[in-house]
Design a protein around this ligand. Structure first.
Ligand code: SF4
Ligand code: ZN
Ligand code: ZN
Length: 320
């Protein structure tokens, strides 16, 4: 059997990118991937007026790839990057994430800032233990905690933006989920750049047009360290509908290549501008307890923190 050649050179192709109908060798895939990253940032003007950024760096493949890319192109985009690792306090999983943080620091010669959720009085494992009494799915709480901490550090460091590593599959899934539940406020937030409002720092998603499988291949080819195991709460936490939608999107993409990119781009070009004009953006206040941005008097993070504190107090008084 003859191996297929790369579209651009005589090397053997290692991958076929179905939506552009090209087979690429290792070097040309890396070049294609990195050019797509740079072009996306340029065509959406993502870093216009942005110089200092905080990057949420979990150690997973997406944030590891993004840190590597931002580091590589920091001069081109004139960026000062502060990678922030949030230690969620999930036993072995968090330990493995910390090992990856060390490895990436060594590989790139940079320093990450590690923040422990425990320093706020609880861990994500405590949330799991109390999940039924908190009455909120663990991943929803974990998301609130991560957004809160990143925004807080961004304010403390006086940066221009918080960068997260959501990829094309994540964005396409959010679109469907929010559309199906009629969540217009959620839909309007699906955009690669949410500008700053009050204490809520600007949020950027530079990987929003890059499919998950290409990110996986990129980190493997460049041997970028990343966590290979899933969070132990991953399966128990995702709603079956969300998981089915994600699988459905992958299936549709394999049958009709380009569907995900077209879906997201069509949304951003044709639907998002209309929603953005008509949705009333709620006033952003400052939380009465911590001063962080919220649309209510008390922010979601403080509510969760107080709830956990109360449940722990109840438990210790019943044990006395
Ligand atoms: Fe947090 Fe859920 Fe992700 Fe685990 S799977 S890290 S609990 S969001
Ligand atoms: Zn080639
Ligand atoms: Zn608060």
């Amino acid at each position: 059997m003859t191996s297929k050649k790369c579209h651009y050179c005589n090397e053997t192709a290692i991958v076929r990118i179905p939506y552009i109908k090209l087979r690429l060798c290792k070097d040309h895939f890396i070049q294609y991937f990195e050019q797509k990253f740079v072009k996306t940032i340029e065509s959406f003007n993502l870093f216009k007026g942005i110089r200092k950024v905080v990057l949420g760096f979990s150690g997973g493949k997406d944030s590891s790839a993004l840190l590597y890319l931002l580091h590589k192109y920091s001069e081109l985009f004139n960026l000062e990057i502060y990678p922030i690792h949030i230690d969620l306090g999930i036993e072995d999983y968090s330990k493995q994430c910390l090992t990856i943080v060390d490895k990436v620091e060594g590989k790139l010669g940079i320093k990450c800032i590690t923040v422990k959720v425990k320093d706020y009085g609880f861990t994500i494992s405590d949330v799991k233990r109390l999940e039924s009494r908190i009455k909120r799915p663990i991943c929803s709480v974990c998301g609130i905690v991560k957004r809160y901490i990143l925004n807080k550090i961004a304010l403390e460091l006086k940066v221009d933006a918080v960068i997260t590593a959501h990829n094309l599959n994540d964005i396409a899934q959010y679109l469907l989920v929010n559309y199906m539940s009629g969540n217009v406020d959620g839909l309007v937030k699906i955009t690669p750049k949410i500008p700053s409002i009050g204490n809520a720092v600007c949020r950027l998603k530079p990987l929003f047009l890059i499919p998950e499988n290409e990110i996986q291949l990129y980190v493997e080819l460049l041997e970028i360290p990343h966590v290979n195991i899933k969070c132990p709460y991953f399966n128990s936490s995702k709603k079956p509908l969300q998981q089915s939608l994600r699988e459905l999107l992958i299936h549709i993409e394999s049958k009709y290549p380009g569907t995900l990119i077209n879906m997201v781009m069509n949304y951003l070009r044709n639907i998002h501008p209309i929603l953005n004009r008509h949705v009333r953006h709620g006033d952003v206040k400052n939380c009465l307890i911590c001063g962080m941005p919220t649309q209510k008097d008390i922010c979601a993070f403080c509510k969760i923190r107080m709830k956990i504190q109360n449940l722990n107090d109840e438990r210790s008084s019943s044990e006395e």
